[in-house]
Ligand binder design. Structure first.
Ligand code: BES
Ligand code: MN
Ligand code: MN
Length: 453
């Protein structure tokens, strides 16, 4: 282990240089204009796995390629599968970045770039820890497989097909994912629960083209007015979701879990300040952490239609659209609830407009046992690197493939986030602390050691 530690110290700067090069590649999976760059990021990932001493390849899909790598020479030792993603969210709104999103810049010990924490920087920690073992000791205490995809930010449409067709290839004892957050600076965490998701889009159509609102307004239904009324049916005044059946079967929080969450330090004033809001809002009877991690939601992600440029323009728009996503908790079925949402919208759709509905993607919520030997090994590894034992948390975001690992491969996932929830993922000025990067690499190196025992 000393050789590994020495290698990590001696190569720390090079690791940052490589991460910088990785972050320069604008691998935005949502936008077809970046398809070539998405492929470059896949090739970069594969090449770094090969440098580290693994065999690695690109696996073509109907969308962006999957990077697969492995080192399987630890006889009788368990096999860990690292999952992560090399694709990133779009950089918009671009004018709010202090330094350009694909020109990584270090300020105050943090590297700023799209993908810095989500997920290039976090995923890269495992590539570097494996390299450290193989280049210093010459072998790893465990077998490792890497499955790094390029479509996570667009719903992982081709990953499940690959996993289902390659069950043997991806068979493992435990999955390891660094794509979540620590609880706070110097408070590393193991995440034992994630929310599920469903995402869809609804468009209301009216006249065949925009109309002069003075000449025609008042005589035909306005799709934007209708959409506003329809969206208002989604919640009551307290923010309770009004889709029929939405809360059916929702697993309530146990008293024990409520106590555990209540024991985490939480300063509401600094939470509000950090988010730039003056008050919390949400379902009555639940704390902020409960609302974020363990209660379901329905959010309009974007709403548009008619004239959205500068100055006034007096029209009745031809159509209006809303993008909607729901965050789900255990025992809510994304497919059934997508149908329930569609029916709710249909039955509440104002007269005079027609509705189009399309579903995007979905994924189940999940909660893992907190007392498995895998969790214990991860807790020890994290404490060895960060100097403090991790706290157990749930998170509100979604990583749908983790459900596939459970259902298809029968394995738990260790969600070991090295980021911070102030790292601006999906937002302008995304960043990753270089200290968290270094500690994440080290914790990963210790994890292989602990899993090998
Ligand atoms: N890394 C996030 C998920 C995440 C973020 C989990 C913070 C926990 C805390 C991931 O890249 C992501 O953005 N997931 C999407 C999933 C969707 C596109 C299916 C999400 O949660 O919106
Ligand atoms: Mn991610
Ligand atoms: Mn993301």
């Amino acid at each position: 282990m000393q050789q590994v530690e020495h290698f990590l110290d001696a190569n720390a700067d090079r690791f940052v240089d490589e991460l910088t090069e990785f972050l320069r590649i604008p691998s935005v999976s949502a936008d077809p204009a970046y398809a070539g760059d998405v492929r470059k990021a896949a090739e970069f990932t594969r090449d770094r796995l090969v440098d580290a001493g693994l065999t690695a390849e690109l696996i073509e899909t109907d969308g962006h390629p999957i990077v697969y790598g492995e080192w399987l020479q630890a006889a009788d030792a368990p096999t860990a599968m690292v999952y992560g993603h090399y694709d990133v969210q779009p950089a918009d709104p671009i004018d709010q970045w202090i330094s350009p999103p694909f020109e990584p810049t270090v300020r105050d010990g943090r590297i700023y770039a799209r993908g810095a924490t989500d997920d290039k920087g976090q995923m890269f920690t495992h590539v570097k820890s494996v390299e450290a073992w193989l280049k210093s000791v010459g072998k790893l205490p465990v077998n490792v497989k890497f499955v790094i995809e390029g479509e996570e930010e667009v719903g992982s449409g081709n990953l499940d097909v690959f996993l289902a067709n390659n069950k043997e290839k991806v068979a493992c004892d435990i999955a390891v994912v660094s794509d979540t957050s620590q609880y706070a600076p110097s408070m590393p965490a193991i995440t034992y629960g994630l929310r599920g998701i469903l995402a869809c889009e609804v468009t209301l159509n009216g006249p065949s083209q925009d109309l002069h609102s003075g000449m025609f307004g008042g005589s035909v239904a306005n799709p934007a007015n209708a959409l506003a009324r329809l969206m208002a049916t989604l919640h009551d005044e307290q923010g309770r979701v009004q889709i029929p059946g939405f809360y059916d079967g929702v697993v309530p929080l146990s008293e024990e879990e409520r106590k555990r969450l209540a024991n985490l330090p939480f300063d509401e004033a600094s939470y509000l300040k950090g988010l730039g809001v003056s008050a919390t809002f949400g379902e009555e009877g639940y704390t902020t952490l409960e609302r974020r991690w363990a209660r379901p939601t329905c959010d309009i992600n974007g709403i548009f239609g008619g004239y959205t440029g500068a100055g006034p323009k007096t029209i009745v728009p031809a159509s209006a659209t809303a993008k909607i996503s729901c965050r789900l908790v255990p025992n809510q079925d994304p497919h059934a609830l997508t149908e329930a949402l569609r029916k709710h919208l249909e039955s509440n759709c104002p007269t005079g407009v027609t509705m189009e509905f399309s579903a995007y993607h979905g994924g189940d919520a999940l909660v893992f046992a907190t007392d498995s030997p895998w969790m214990n090994a991860a807790a020890v590894a994290i404490e060895r690197s960060f100097g403090t034992a991790p706290v157990l948390i749930r998170e509100g975001g979604s990583i749908p493939v983790v459900t596939t690992f459970r259902d298809l491969l029968g394995v738990d996932t260790l969600l070991l986030g090295w980021g911070q929830d102030t790292d601006n993922l999906h937002s302008p000025n995304e960043r990753f602390s270089l200290d968290d990067f270094a500690k994440g690499i080290r914790a990963s190196a210790y994890l292989w050691d602990e899993l090998g025992r």
